[in-house]
Design a protein around this ligand. Sequence first.
Ligand code: FES
Length: 142
Amino acid sequence: MDKLDQFLDNLQEEIYDEAREAMGEKGFDRWRNPQFAGKMENPDAHGRVLGTCGDTMEIFFKFEDNRVKEGSYMTDGCASSGVSGSFAVELTLGKTPEELADITGEDVLKTIGKLPEEEKHCAFLAAQTIQDALTDYMNSAK
Ligand code: FES
């Protein structure tokens, strides 16, 4: 391994260590292996919220028998927003609209386990986006 490779390797290790420290093991794993990421074609519900931080979160749902059958998220935000979007979608699977209405930023945060103080709002942005998608669903169901 030449010096540059060695340097890059060390750098990567450092970044991973920092991320692991900041988000905890569970959040770190999810960051490395994002689940439920991506746009959904023909969703039954679509939420889109611009956070005060300037980042946007989108969440998509497909429902079956009045429960979330599939979900996905997209965000142009920080690593914490991706992790938040992913766990937020995970929390919604199998839930009814009434149960979705109860999901809060605290719930998302609790599921992740840990986020850096200055990025906790990302979990709240994800919860808000769930609520936006729910509003979309309720409006289209009328
Ligand atoms: Fe904006 Fe994380 S969503 S900083």
